[in-house]
Each structure stands twice: as structure tokens, then as C-alpha cells.
Ligand binder design. Structure first.
Ligand code: DP6
Length: 389
């Protein structure tokens, strides 16, 4: 059966860091300088789908990314080699018969992977992309249960290790030189807080100028603020876990907002400075603070990764108000659907308050080109289990 061809399809989600990973203690093994914590989003809208065909008769590994044949990067090639190594170890452990071991070790992979959102636009497509390929190859080789896939995905892109799990996920920086303790673990499942919602506002869907790998390298080399990060992140992660478990949104939101602001302050403090935020991003920050002031509590949080797009986090009960305001300020007008988006019922005071906010941000009308609404998700899933083709 040397020329048998197999196929499987999987999906993996984007994750959004609440306490950010920024800086590496080892660039080769992609070991982070600080712990981080994230929420995995529902893969339905923000995620990646990968189909892998594999056979011992294929001559080499290949990759088609978003429909285009693409050279396999050295990072991805590390991931593939590590997965092969993990498979061989596992095969020896379970005493797989020699013929199967020989044939499966010779599998070459034709990887076809598609992001559901703009690639490299600060929507964490590298996280879902690398997690998805890792999950697909481990599914193909039947080792999803016997290896720590977060360790393998990490070699492709640091933040990818967190997309291996659903819900609230922590990635520990670890101390070991070989990275064996730098793993991502689920802290709480997605079902803990189903009322949590996200709106991702796409400010600029273009490829960013300074990638996160380069940006964090620059910060490590030049920003003294980085020295505060390891301890600061540990403390903030504790607060996030506590607030998440108790479902205390204002406490959670405050940490999220502060950590996003810290990341971008560090970027500006780096030399030469890196600025990922645009005027629209800055206006969205002001908008969220204005809205929280009007609501009398921290009911809405924002966070930005290495890009201008805004991840807005809130509880379901504030959804219609938030959507209404965004649709009348930042989001392109032509997406308003009067059958879905109705003005919430307001008394006179509320009407005055919210109309004032709409007026204040009227200059930014149409500056958000598209948006995605989503929830917390439960992690990668198999769409089609391995089958002969
Ligand atoms: C700002 O995982 O893209 O999104 O490990 O070099 O591939 P590499 O970097 P990457 O960095 C993501 C940084 C961030 C924050 C975060 O996701 O924690």
C-alpha cells in the first residue's frame, strides 16, 4: 500500500491575548520572555481550515496557502520535522509493526490551508494557521492524544500554541532551555462564560509594516519597560483568571485594557519606535472609554495586537447598544440592516447621552471597513477524519 493516498481536514481558531506575549528568551525555539493568557475564539468566523493529503508515494512536502502555492518557511519545516520525530517516538513506544512504521515515516504532506480572514493583518492568522497545520498533521499521524501539540505549534509561531486549546488558555514561559516546560494549557473551558462576546473591527486589512517577530525583537533590544513584564504579566494573569472564574467583567476588562496599552507603550518606547495603532484605533480607544463612562462601569474592553484592528470584548447584555453606536460611528454605513439592527429603547437621558457619543465620533464614520462578531470557542476540531482517497 506504498502508493495509498490519505486525506483529512481540520479547523483551528484564532486566539486573542488578554495578557500579551511580547519578546522571546530564545528565538530559535520560540520561547517567550513572559507568560501570557488568551481567549480562544469560535473558529467558525475567525480561524483556519487545513486539508492535508499524505502518502509515502509523494516526493516532497508542499504548501498551498489561501489558494497560492507557497514555499515552506523554515519555521513550518521545523514544525513538520518535529511532528515526524514525535510520531517515530510514539511508534516505538507503542511497538508499531515495522512495515507500518516504515511506510508512515515516509509520508509526505500536501498541505492546503485557508484563513477565513485577511492574512497578516493583525487578526492572529499566524496563530490559527500554525495551530491548524500542526493539528492536521498530528491528526494524519494519529498522535493528537500522545503529544503536547502546543509545544509543536509554538515552533511555527509563538501565539499559535494557545490556539491548540479552547476557552481561557495560559502559555507559561517556562525555564528549561529546551522549551519542554513552555506549554499552553486550558485554565477554564469556553462554557464558563458563554455570555462573553467579541466584535473584531477591521481598521486596515493590509499586511502590516513591522511584523510581530521583528517588533518584539526591537523591544527586547531597546525598551527598558520590558524589564517589568515578567512580573507584571504574572500578576495580571492571576487577576484575569480570578475575574474570569468569578465572571466579574469590570475587573477582567480593566486588566485587558491596561495590558493592551502596556504593549503599545512598549512599542512606542522601542527604538526606532513601532506604532501599530492608527488614528482610527486611537479613536476607538477613546470611544470605549466614553461609553464606559456613560454606562457608569467598565462594561466594554478593547485590545489590540501588533496591528490597528480592534478586538472589542463585552457581555451579551450590552451587545445591541454597542452595535448600534458602532454602526452609527465607525462602521461603514452600508452594512446597517434595519431588520437586524434596531435602536435600543432609550429614555430621554439615555437618548441625550448616546446621541452625544455618536456626534463626538462622527468624523470617523466609515473608517472601519468590516467587522466580525464572535464568541469564545472550544478549540480545534476535526472536520473530516483521515480516510483513503
Ligand atoms: C501581539 O506569535 O505572531 O499578538 O512568535 O514571532 O511568530 P512569533 O510572534 P507572534 O506574536 C504575537 C504577539 C501578539 C501578542 C499575543 O498574541 O500574545
Amino acid at each position: 500500500m506504498e502508493d495509498a493516498e490519505w486525506e483529512c481536514t481540520v479547523e483551528a481558531p484564532v486566539n486573542i491575548a488578554l495578557v500579551k506575549y511580547w519578546g522571546k528568551r530564545d528565538s530559535e525555539l520560540i520561547l517567550p520572555y513572559n507568560d501570557s493568557v488568551s481567549l480562544t475564539l469560535d473558529e467558525e468566523k475567525l480561524g483556519t481550515r487545513t486539508t492535508v493529503r499524505y502518502s509515502a508515494s509523494y516526493e516532497e512536502d508542499s504548501l498551498v496557502l489561501n489558494g497560492k502555492p507557497t514555499v515552506i518557511s523554515s519555521r513550518l519545516s521545523n514544525v513538520i520535522e518535529e511532528i515526524r520525530r514525535a510520531f517515530r517516538k510514539q511508534a516505538v513506544r507503542i511497538k508499531m509493526n515495522a512495515q507500518d512504521l516504515m511506510s508512515m515515516s515516509r509520508y509526505r504532506f500536501r498541505i492546503e490551508t485557508n484563513n477565513k480572514m485577511p492574512t497578516a493583518a493583525g487578526l492572529a492568522s499566524s496563530a490559527s494557521g500554525m495551530a491548524c497545520i500542526t493539528f492536521a498533521l498530528c491528526t494524519a499521524l494519529g498522535i493528537t492524544e500522545s503529544v503536547d501539540m502546543s509545544e509543536l505549534a509554538r515552533l511555527g509561531s509563538g501565539s499559535a500554541c494557545r490556539s491548540i486549546h479552547g476557552g481561557l488558555v495560559q502559555w507559561e514561559a517556562g525555564k528549561e532551555e529546551d522549551g519542554s516546560d513552555s506549554l499552553a494549557k486550558q485554565i477554564y473551558p469556553a462554557s464558563t462564560w458563554p455570555e462573553l462576546k467579541f466584535i473584531v473591527l477591521v481598521v486596515d486589512g493590509e499586511k502590516k509594516k513591522v511584523g510581530s517577530t521583528e517588533g518584539m525583537q526591537r523591544s527586547m533590544a531597546t525598551s527598558e519597560y520590558m524589564l517589568l513584564r515578567p512580573k507584571q504579566c504574572k500578576d495580571r494573569i492571576q487577576e484575569v483568571c480570578w475575574a474570569f472564574q468569578a465572571k466579574l467583567f469590570p475587573a477582567l476588562a480593566e486588566v485587558i485594557i491596561k495590558d493592551s496599552n502596556t504593549l503599545h507603550a512598549i512599542c512606542r518606547d522601542s527604538y526606532p519606535p513601532v506604532n501599530y495603532l492608527t488614528r482610527t484605533s486611537e479613536a476607538l480607544i477613546d470611544f470605549v472609554h466614553r461609553l464606559n463612562e456613560a454606562l457608569g462601569d467598565v462594561c466594554v474592553a478593547y485590545t489590540f495586537d501588533a496591528g490597528p484592528n480592534c478586538f472589542v470584548i463585552f457581555e451579551e447584555k450590552h451587545e445591541s447598544l454597542l452595535m448600534w453606536l458602532l454602526l452609527h460611528t465607525f462602521i461603514e454605513n452600508d452594512v446597517i440592516d434595519p431588520t437586524i439592527h434596531r435602536q435600543p429603547k432609550w429614555d430621554d437621558d439615555e437618548l441625550a447621552k448616546y446621541t452625544a457619543i455618536i456626534d463626538e465620533f462622527s468624523n470617523y464614520r466609515n473608517s472601519v471597513k468590516s467587522y466580525y462578531e464572535t464568541t469564545v470557542g472550544s478549540g480545534p476540531k476535526v472536520v473530516n477524519a483521515p480516510r483513503l482517497i
